[in-house]
Design a binder for this molecule. Structure first.
Ligand code: ATP
Ligand code: MG
Length: 218
């Protein structure tokens, strides 16, 4: 279970102070598939980054079961992320100098463990014949599927996605969504998706709407 308490993020000070997130309390249960929606600038990415321990809250806490992320030092936090959370971003964020395969295996090397058999992942994600190529030699859909393979390589319980289909054509976007749904349904992964797209939100079990950094519907 993931739980936030009074989660708050402000940037800057004085006149220039921006409140990106203003006291968010949400609970997401294991195996849920949840969409986070809201207007541009409402705080969706801020919330996702805090949920993923990629950023530090100004106030408030994020718990994974009994683990309070704010009590972990940077090393412990990286370790926690590596083992428990997979990230998928809008712009894929593959390392351009590495082949698809090297990108996928990167977190596995860092974690020094083998979670999922990589060849099974390549087959399941339909990139087996492309993994020796560099990101620039892959289509957007293939890059995103490689990024999903990378997110899954350490077999995390939680997958956090920020506009995972935002840069894909309709067909590739639908493929990515059916993959995420399958992971949720068949492997009980907790999937949290930030999206602008109401069609994507509708495919999730629950929708959390934020406006001006606050939850207005959950
Ligand atoms: N590093 C930063 N410094 C200052 N303000 C920031 C910073 N990052 C985000 N913000 C501000 O915080 C607010 C929330 O930003 P956030 O990126 O979470 O929005 P979002 O809902 O993800 O928007 P979008 O749909 O456009 O991606 C915005 O007003 C944004 O300008
Ligand atoms: Mg965003």
């Amino acid at each position: 279970m993931i739980k936030t308490q009074n989660l708050t993020k402000t940037y800057g000070k004085g006149e220039g102070k921006v409140t990106a997130l203003a006291g968010v309390d949400i609970t997401i249960n294991d195996g849920e598939m949840v969409a986070i929606i809201g207007k541009s600038g409402s705080g969706k990415s801020t919330l996702l980054n805090l949920l993923g321990g990629l950023d530090k809250a100004t106030e408030g806490k994020v718990f994974y079961n009994d683990t309070d992320l704010s009590t972990l030092n940077d090393t412990k936090l990286s370790e926690f992320r590596l083992k428990n959370i997979g990230f998928v971003f809008q712009f894929f964020d593959l390392i351009p100098e590495l082949t698809a395969e090297e990108n996928v295996m990167f977190p596995a090397k860092l974690a020094k463990k083998k979670g999922t058999a990589e060849n099974d992942l390549y087959t399941a994600l339909d990139i087996a014949d492309r993994v020796k190529h560099y990101p620039s030699e892959l289509s957007g859909g293939q890059q995103q599927r490689a990024a999903i393979a990378r997110a899954l390589i350490n077999d995390p319980d939680v997958i956090l996605c920020d506009e995972p289909t935002g840069n894909l054509d309709k067909a590739s976007g639908e493929e990515v969504m059916s993959l995420l749904k399958k992971l949720n349904r068949e492997q009980n992964k907790t999937v949290i998706i930030v999206t602008h797209d109401s069609e994507i939100a509708q495919q999730c079990g629950r929708v959390i709407e934020i406006s001006d950094g606050q939850v207005v519907n959950a």
